[in-house]
Write a protein that binds this ligand. Structure first.
Ligand code: PBG
Length: 337
């Protein structure tokens, strides 16, 4: 018989990677990761008032919504099967002060939103942040004294805010302000007030990133912020330090861990999943969203495909889910598959 062995067969020892890629059906069979609606958490922006749906210039397709409109939108998200939303309030400037004291008001905007959403859409999870930045006149996540973001006093305040948010119906407290000792303090405060079932999703590794720009426009902190957040967020250069920080959160009782921003930090997602085995989430932040939207609007990339590819990349990197402004758009596409 005529030997039809090729040069490449000898080079690869007869292995050919492309055999598994040869048809749509083989590709489906060997696909390792899959994005589903169960992976998506939708961050939304709340404004005071009613009947308001206000586009955010730097985030095409994302709106600030008053509580009533947010409830309608969350109902649609729940109908699409999205498991949870994460709420961020744009607080009236008149209510912002040095200490972020409105964060402790039981009927503040974020707590109003939680109550309304839990009442109207009880089957969707509500995740709330306790960082002070929406409430401070200086845009920092903590209490500012003599030019310093004071750790322990901030921790006391956010632990109280966590209990107040849980009282309003929040299902998961997600602290994003990166103070030391906050996870333990929040856990103790929640348990002491009978909120044993309220979980903590730690923004375990939050980096001092330039990708947060559009979010600051969305909640009106951009123009306020004096200086930067480098004394409390992690240096983008440091991966080992990030894992050490996350380890403390695990010891202090975090139920879930988050990496933020997302795409530029996939190595951290992977390391964190390997190190702790806790559920790991990535936050595909405002700047990541905006980059894709802007390039797509110019016709430079296929926005839908890039969106789905980035979301899938988080799964491959070990994430259990993704907080993304694309959540609803992605859920609609996934529903048609
Ligand atoms: C601050 C906070 C930030 C984001 C959410 N909460 C970062 C910041 O403003 O420093 C960013 C979210 C995004 O960019 O989508 N606690």
């Amino acid at each position: 018989m005529n030997d039809r062995t090729n040069l490449v067969d000898r080079i690869t020892g007869h292995r050919r990677m492309r055999r598994n890629r040869k048809a749509e059906w083989t590709r489906r069979l060997v696909q390792e990761n899959r994005l589903t609606v169960d992976d998506l958490i939708w961050p939304i922006f709340i404004v005071p008032g009613s009947g308001i749906v206000q586009p955010i210039d730097a985030m095409p397709g994302v709106n600030r919504m008053s509580v009533d409109k947010a409830v309608e939108a969350v109902k649609q998200a729940a109908d699409l099967g999205i498991p949870a939303v994460a709420t961020f309030p744009n607080i009236d400037m008149a209510l912002r002060d040095e200490a972020g004291s409105n964060s402790l008001a039981p009927d503040n905007l974020i707590n109003q939103a939680t109550r309304a959403i839990k009442k109207a859409v009880p089957n969707i999870g509500v995740i709330t942040d306790v960082a002070l930045d929406p409430f401070t006149s200086h845009g920092h996540d903590g209490i500012l004294r003599d030019g310093e973001i004071v750790n322990d006093e901030t921790v006391e305040a956010i632990a109280r805010a966590a209990v107040i948010q849980a009282n309003a119906g929040s299902d998961i407290i997600a602290p994003s302000e990166m103070m030391d000792g906050r996870i333990g303090a929040i856990r103790e405060a929640l348990d002491a007030s009978g909120h044993q079932n309220v979980g903590i999703m730690s923004y375990a590794t939050k980096f001092a990133s330039a990708f947060y720009g559009p979010y600051r426009e969305a909640i009106g902190t951009g123009g306020l912020l004096k200086g930067d957040k480098k004394t409390y967020y992690i240096d983008p250069a440091n991966g080992t330090e990030a894992i050490r920080d996350a380890a403390l959160d695990v010891e202090e009782g975090a139920d879930m861990l988050m990496v933020k921003p997302g795409l530029a930090y996939l190595d951290i997602c992977w390391r964190m999943k390997e190190a702790f085995g806790l559920p790991v989430f990535a936050y595909q932040v405002s700047g990541e969203y905006t980059q894709i939207k802007a390039a797509a609007a110019n016709g430079w990339i296929d926005g839908e495909r890039v969106m789905l590819e980035t979301l899938l990349a988080f799964k491959r990197a070990g994430c259990d889910g993704i907080l993304s402004y694309f959540a609803v758009e992605a859920a609609k596409i996934l529903a048609k598959r």
